[in-house]
Design a protein around this ligand. Structure first.
Ligand code: SAM
Length: 317
């Protein structure tokens, strides 16, 4: 389906939970999130119905996210049923990787073909600091498990934080030489708990290129990231710059939160509820949400905060 600006919307990001086993400082409060009542969240049946509604309007790619999707008890069954929906051609997952060693094989069997792992640092102390409760070795075990299981095009997502990990840009990028993975640097978005960082913590993606003079631009594959490659590397460096150079003109996505709200744009407050609806009613809501997608996410800058009205864990990054 085309939105009001002629963009084809074929990508749904489905958040299956707001809860997480980490507490990343830019994403969540230290105490975690207030668990909402069961009745306020989408049931598995409703999630699958929503995927069917999206597929009926032309969505073919699904990303399962959260919160942390792998802490959801019925995650394998959700993936399996979502992958079986007519029209869904690709099911991917974004995870912090902590639980991946237990899940790679069953996820593959359930139809998940691609995995993105979030990793902001290779330093154990810094990892414990930024995640508040995480252990770096567990995340790295997750990466190795995904590699061993043979997932296609594994991506590491690294949020750039000035004064925290800008001294690790080169070492993170070197991982593309060591492993057949892409490393993607993402600008810190001023939203939710991202706000507690000083404006100085925001560093634009061009900083990455300044530190990687050998990086060679790759032809654009239509995704949101600008791609580069280091000589001899097995994977690409991706730059995602939602703040300094937004990629809204090519936006092909719509998001569904775990409490059943369709978000036409990550940084807009507008939401359309699908909780409790029939398939036909959901299709109407999806259509409305797609037609309500704004041309771009407006005033977002490193000093002007997101209007999303939620933390990332409540939207699905
Ligand atoms: N728990 C999973 C994970 O860690 O990948 C999935 C959910 S997490 C919200 C998805 C992504 O959002 C992560 O890569 C995280 O780094 C990113 N994220 C969260 N808050 C952000 C912010 N303020 N700016 C940029 N990226 C953010």
């Amino acid at each position: 389906m085309l939105d009001g600006y002629g963009r084809q919307i074929n990508y749904l990001r489905l958040s299956v939970t707001e809860l997480c086993n980490l507490r990343c400082r830019y994403c969540m409060p230290a105490e975690g999130v207030c668990k909402k009542s069961h009745g306020d969240m989408l049931t598995q049946e409703e999630m699958i119905r929503a995927v069917e509604a999206a597929a009926a309007l032309g969505v073919s790619k699904l990303r399962i996210t959260g919160g942390e999707p792998l802490i959801k008890k019925n995650i394998l069954s959700i993936c399996e049923q979502a992958a079986a929906v007519n029209g869904i051609q690709e099911v991917c997952m974004t995870t912090n990787g902590i639980l991946l060693p237990h899940y790679t094989k069953p996820l593959k069997s359930a139809g998940v073909s691609r995995i993105n792992i979030s990793l902001d640092t290779l330093n154990p102390e810094k990892y414990a600091h930024i995640t508040r409760i995480g252990t770096l070795s567990q995340a790295l075990d997750g990466l190795h498990a995904a590699l061993d299981a043979g997932f296609d095009k594994i991506k590491l997502n690294t949020v750039l934080i000035g004064g925290f990990n800008d001294d690790e840009i080169v070492s993170m990028a070197q991982l593309t030489k060591q492993y057949p993975i892409d490393v993607r640097f993402i600008e810190l978005m001023p939203m939710g708990h991202g706000d507690e960082f000083t404006p100085g913590a925001f560093i634009p993606c061009r900083t990455v290129l300044e530190q990687l003079p050998d990086a060679v631009p790759q032809s654009h594959n239509g995704g949101a990231a600008r791609l580069y490659r280091l000589p001899g590397a097995q994977g690409n460096i991706g730059l995602l710059s939602p703040v300094s150079a937004h990629f809204c003109a090519g936006c092909n996505r719509i998001r569904l939160t775990a409490d059943g709200k369709l978000k036409p744009c990550l940084h807009s407050r507008e939401e359309f509820s699908v909780k409790g609806l029939s398939l036909e009613e959901m299709i109407i809501q999806f259509r409305q949400a797609i037609l309500s997608k704004p041309a771009c996410h407006g005033e977002l800058s490193h000093t002007s905060r997101s209007q999303a009205g939620r933390n990332m864990n409540q939207i699905g990054g």
